[in-house]
Design a protein around this ligand. Structure first.
Ligand code: PHB
Length: 369
């Protein structure tokens, strides 16, 4: 997205990608776009297929031990979300991009980003060098960018949750028109979707769980257990077309600027997937960063790049809070015991009875400004 926004402003930007294009397009990732991300895709000129094929969701369901609560986004805050896979967002941006993307760029190294930055990488056994004005570190949690920053210049904040999500993709219609976030004493479950014929389901699993231990049959049995009986009855199952486990983590690095290097997206922060914020936060970062870089290049003003870190972090921490809160409400935490479960139940009951509480959930879920 950043590469596209910059090229629209006639600023050259080279994208270095460690993997192949096919690998990038084969990865199943998030599924919910805030409207800010929808607008950004439109600004990038890449929103056509999303509007044709994406599903506008006006609300979502939460269940707690089978009791159901509907959160009506439109009625509560007058906004919606778009269900459209991150993989499809990436495909649409790749298709429209005119600038250079170098796939299978190995051993990326950042140099002199305090003053006159340059980047080296290896491809087909040859080392290449790119001299540049700025480096945007959009290379994820394990990428080279954050790792290049001297330890004393960066501070990190982290919470690792004692569980993961096992996800399954299946070519069957979604069990419900809306997403269902389910708290059950056996653990959390989520019914999501990618299209009217393709569904995405998750169950909370133990932190060290191996995906090989989960046959399709075991997954479907566990999911059914965690849903309310009426939903479980309607669930259509089939052979999984993708199955993977993701650990849950909250993480923030501060600041986001180191001279001419800027961190964005997962390079700077991780959220647990419960609030559907990962992709949206990354989009928020690059929306701010693109404008800041355009201002710096076209107007010679550093105001935007000077304030990038503080502006982005203010938004990031609110999404961190919401994602942590949704995770805390909906999962089973082995260490908090019976008291913890009663508090979770009280939180669900409070939500059920309070329009104000529902409004707060909805306001965060559809996305803060
Ligand atoms: C997904 O469809 O993959 C998905 C949806 C909502 C979430 C997390 C993941 O909160």
């Amino acid at each position: 997205m950043l590469g596209r926004l910059l090229e629209q402003a006639r600023i050259d930007a080279v994208i270095l990608e460690r993997k192949s294009a096919d690998y990038v397009l084969g990865r199943i990732r998030a599924g919910v776009l805030e409207w800010g991300a929808v607008d950004l895709l439109d600004r990038a000129g890449a929103g056509q297929r999303m509007h044709a094929e994406g599903l506008v969701h006006h609300g979502t369901a939460l269940t707690f031990d089978g009791d159901r609560l509907h959160i009506d986004f439109t009625g509560l805050v007058g906004k919606q979300v778009m269900v459209y896979g991150q993989t499809e967002v990436t495909r649409d941006l790749m298709a429209i991009r005119e600038g250079t993307t170098i796939y299978e760029a190995e051993d990326v190294q950042l140099h002199d980003f305090d003053r006159r930055p340059w980047v080296t990488y290896r491809r087909d056994g040859t080392t290449h060098r790119i001299d540049c004005d700025f480096i945007a570190g959009c290379d994820g949690y394990h990428g080279a960018s954050r790792a290049s920053v001297p330890e004393g210049s960066i501070r990190t904040f982290e919470r690792v949750y004692p569980f993961g999500w096992l996800g399954v993709l299946v070519d069957k219609p979604p069990v419900d028109p809306e997403l269902i976030y389910a708290h059950h004493q056996r653990g959390f479950a989520l019914c999501s979707q990618r299209s009217p014929t393709r569904s995405r389901y998750y169950v909370q699993v133990e932190a060290q769980e191996q995906v090989e231990a989960w046959s399709d049959d075991r997954f479907w049995d566990e999911l059914r257990h965690r849903l309310d009986p009426e939903t479980a009855e309607r669930l259509e199952i089939g052979p999984s077309i993708e199955k993977s486990i993701a650990q849950l983590r909250s993480f923030v690095a501060e600041p986001l600027r180191f001279g001419k290097l800027f961190l964005a997206g997962d390079a700077a922060h991780i959220v647990p997937p419960t609030g559907a914020k990962g992709l949206n936060l990354a989009m928020g970062d690059v929306a701010i960063l693109a404008d800041a870089l355009i201002e710096a290049v076209q107007e010679g003003s550093e105001a935007g790049i000077d304030s990038y870190s503080a502006r982005a972090l203010a938004r990031i921490w609110k999404a961190e809070r919401f994602s942590w809160w949704m995770t805390s409400l909906l999962h089973v935490f082995p260490e908090t015991g019976a008291f913890g479960r009663r508090i979770q139940r009280a939180e669900f009951d409070y939500l059920s009875g309070s329009r104000v509480a529902q409004q707060s959930l909805a306001e965060n879920y559809v996305g803060l400004p």
